[in-house]
Design a protein. Structure first.
Length: 189
């Protein structure tokens, strides 16, 4: 498995709310590789890896990566102005920036410590400290796609979560825009 970021750019760390560890994974029965793993301290199940396949899968670019949830979510979308909710290691926003013909990408992250630490993503990605559930874009900016990466597992997403996201963000979509939850394969707008 290849990583998207150069692993040497990501140091293991133990911060107030999260930890980044270097973990060894098997690429075959005889080969291993080291990859960065992000996890919140209060939620040990919620882990994000520095993996290209995960980023590709989250944006519908990989039908052979396993976990076939997002194949059709991105049909007929415009990759123009993108809002991404949740930063983690920055893998998915950076993948979008480098592989889609976008106009802009804004990433909303509530934890300033994560924002300060993740300094290896492209500097053209606007990382904004704010509440992912209540962010209001400046200058009435509207988005073609809003991607919600806020949960560890599909079972974590309640109908109230989807309703709250839809109620808050639908007015920030361009005509024909979509609000997408990659982990569950759902489009809620």
């Amino acid at each position: 498995m290849s990583t998207y970021f150069n692993e040497s750019n990501i140091a293991a760390t133990d911060k107030t709310n999260f930890v980044i560890e270097k973990v060894i994974k098997n690429s075959s029965s005889t080969e291993t590789y080291t990859i960065s793993q992000f996890k919140y301290k209060q939620d040990v199940i919620h882990k994000k890896y520095n993996a290209t396949n995960v980023a590709k899968k989250y944006v519908g670019d990989c039908t052979t990566c396993g976990w076939d949830l997002t194949e059709d979510q991105y049909n007929n979308v415009t990759w123009g102005d993108i809002l991404y909710l949740g930063l983690y290691l920055g893998t998915v926003p950076d993948y979008i920036y480098n592989n889609k013909s976008i106009t802009s990408i804004d990433v909303i992250e509530s934890d300033q410590e994560i924002i300060d630490y993740v300094n290896w993503i492209n500097s053209n990605i606007a990382v904004i400290q704010g509440d992912e559930w209540a962010y209001v874009p400046s200058n009435n900016k509207k988005y073609d796609i809003i991607i919600c990466d806020l949960w560890a597992e599909p079972n974590d997403i309640s109908q109230d979560h989807k309703t709250n996201i839809a109620n808050h963000y639908t007015t920030h979509l361009k005509t024909g825009g979509k609000i997408i939850i990659p982990i569950s394969g759902e489009t809620i707008s």
